[in-house]
Write a protein that binds this ligand. Sequence first.
Ligand SMILES: Nc1ncnc2c1ncn2[C@@H]1O[C@H](COP(=O)(O)OP(=O)(O)OP(=O)(O)O)[C@@H](O)[C@H]1O
Length: 249
Amino acid sequence: MSKSNPPLISIRGLTKAYGTFTVLHGIDLDIAEGEVVCVIGPSGSGKSTLIRCINHLEDFAAESRITVDGIRVEPGPALAKVRAEVGMVFQSFNLFPHMTVLKNVMLAPMRVRGTPEAEAERKARDLLARVGISEQAEKFPGQLSGGQQQRVAIARALAMEPRVLLFDEPTSALDPEMVGEVLDVMRKLAGSGVTMIVVTHEMGFARQVADRVIFMDGGRLVESGAPTDIFDAPKHERTRGFLRAVLNH
Ligand SMILES: Nc1ncnc2c1ncn2[C@@H]1O[C@H](COP(=O)(O)OP(=O)(O)OP(=O)(O)O)[C@@H](O)[C@H]1O
């Protein structure tokens, strides 16, 4: 893991409410370049909301401050720059159904970065090979399995050469037999130095792949540490209770 100074992502006092219901209570978090961070915690604890704030898919309280590569995340002209640097992979793939797999991966670099078509295609084919689905390039998303579609979504996010990839429960919508193939791709990405923040219920993956695990509960960052600290010696009772429940011990 290469550490940079200042952090690639800096979050200070991140607060978000839906009406009178506060979902995030003043989260402070730094992510270093090259770091792989898994965010775990009970349903409704604010994990998805936290990462969706990073590219402003959710707005947040004005006094909160998020920066990505030094750029303040806020509505306005700089937001497109932030979003070009932050790739996102969702639970539900969100591919364009009327475009081939290849075109899905080519689209954003051509539209947003102005990449010439031939170069975008070459790069898209390389990325499809990287996620192990070269032979599906000319198919439409509906003709692929869920695991294959999620791998296309990862290739599509990588096509923009983002500084960080955010994953929002990327395996939660998959049939169990397809979870492994997507986690394998993510494991390889993590090994290649891509900065990743992964909201996940896959505790085995978090323990094995994360540089750091963050436990959230009730909109608060309760505890953060190396996987061995969190899984083998959690400091907080709430972390212990959660792990007991999900790991059945
Ligand atoms: N649009 C919305 N309006 C009102 N409340 C919302 C909205 N979106 C999310 N919430 C609430 O915010 C809280 C945090 O949701 P969030 O999806 O971030 O949790 P999570 O930890 O990712 O949960 P899960 O693991 O179930 O996906 C939940 O209580 C949820 O009901």
